[in-house]
Design a protein. Sequence first.
Length: 627
Amino acid sequence: MRRSRFLIVMMLVLTAGLARGQQRAEVRFPDPDIGEDTLQQRRADQLAAASGLGSMHDFSFDDRLPESGITFRHHGVEDAAKTYKAAHYDHGNGLGVADVDGDGLLDLYFVSQIGSNELWRNLGEGRFENITESAGVGLAERVSVAASFADIDNDGDADLFVSTVRMGNVLFENDGNGVFRDISASAGVDYVGHSSGAVFFDYDNDGLLDLFVTNVGTYTSDERGPGGFYRGLEDAFSGHLFPERFERSILYRNLGLNRFRDVTSETGLVDDSWSGDASIVDFNRDGFPDLYVLNMQGSDHYYENVQGRTFVERTAEHFPKTPWGAMGIKWFDYDNDGDLDLFLTDMHSDMNEGLGPDQEFIKKPFVDKYFYQDAFEHILGNALYRNEGNGIFSEVSDALGLENYWPWGTSVGDVNADGWQDVFIASSMSYPFRYGINSMLLNERGNHFAQAEFILGIEPRRDGRVRTPTFELECTGADEDHDRCEGLDGPVTVLGTLGTRTSAIVDLDQDGDLDIVTGEFNAQPQVLVSDLSDRHQIHWLKIELEGTSCNRDALGAEVSVCADGQCLLRLNDGKSGYLSQSSVPLYFGLGEASSVDRIVVRWPSGDQQTLEGPLEVNRSIRIRQRQ
């Protein structure tokens, strides 16, 4: 008995010793980090300036990820971490939001590069459950990019399209209960290439949603890395300098019965720019949606839809100078003057040189003439085009305070319910770069956008975190020549900086105010829940549209809510954030208005429908297109 006890004790000691010997060292990179080191001073400065804000800011966001039950963690490919190179994998992934099972609650679809995407069902009261396996939407063997929800067959539920990098794009049909069936091959949309964003819209107004898929360009080799991804080319970031690497984006026409046909050439929508995303708008008000296509390395392109038959490139007439490195896009009426303005984020101009926090809010003064080619004919930073009417736009981003650093996508929503739409910009670069903040910009009645990420508790992040375990090394062994192994032996965990890639502004907990969900790179998401409705009596309205002669989702419709002497305009484009299209209600903060005078819907065809008031506020309204 004593011998047995002795052996057990010795085994425990040896096991503990082995465990101690296997403990991993942690390496922070970069270290020091000026982005992290200046956070508290930036917070103090912003809080000190808060009293000068004209917009309501006496509320905050709290990251409720632990309480939500969501355990998803994004995993990037090795070429965006351990073997980092400037290939386009570091752009990250989208985040889709929709009520997939018809229970009235918004569910979340998180997209990853390595490992499974995950669909989380909203249980109410801020709790979620993972239904990925039963829903059949994991795609664990593919490197996914974007997620777009839309009703492709007009049966009243949200179907799902997911783009991938060289592994075949995927279209899922929803059975109405949140169970999805892969119909990619039979639908004819299983293109294999370097796909990115996906936009559903009805370009020919036949009542069926068509699909535009943006393709970036060839940035990978045929060599495979861990998890099966295609390794990035060493000069991937210079791909725009090589015409043979161009990859044309695709327009698919919906033929009905879940079948699509490539009509790119016959419609003249031939775009071979390095495009990551796009968005629709009926700019010329003719009842046919036009398309603005972003170019992350060169000139953007605006295509006018000619009666649903062809598209004509007319960028120079309206946008003679576009950002050079555009990533995110959103049409919205920032100044409440009744027309749609255009906001674009420019990421790649910020990769020209490293800037400190004190230089983040200025346009770039210098670029490499070879790499950036005709960059001096572009805007080197974000752009806000104010719609002056008659096809004229003025670029006013600097005057309104909309420049920031390392921006990806943008989400727009009235987070303080004052009647003016605010802007959240998902930002930062992650490993191997310093920490960069997300931007929360409050709309000061159309006159300016005020920085408020520290005021509202979005920065610093929960528990002051700025880093996450990004990859592991064996410095006494296979990875001994890795740069991060210098001076180290044994197993090492490299802690890279956190960075957001996409976001969605939605009312997750149905309390009447807007929350923010983010998609992070190599990390877990943030579930930023607002306490606005707990601290203030607010007025709001949510509107869901149901098309009959137009597409069921009514994508392309415009809604104006008139109350207290002001009309608020929203475009129902589904554009919820970078690489994302979601099926969510339109949200209207109403300020002090306690009732609504009227609601005017301009359906995608141009037909107009009016609901006369007075109408009660603080509720959801479903508007069905008049037959």
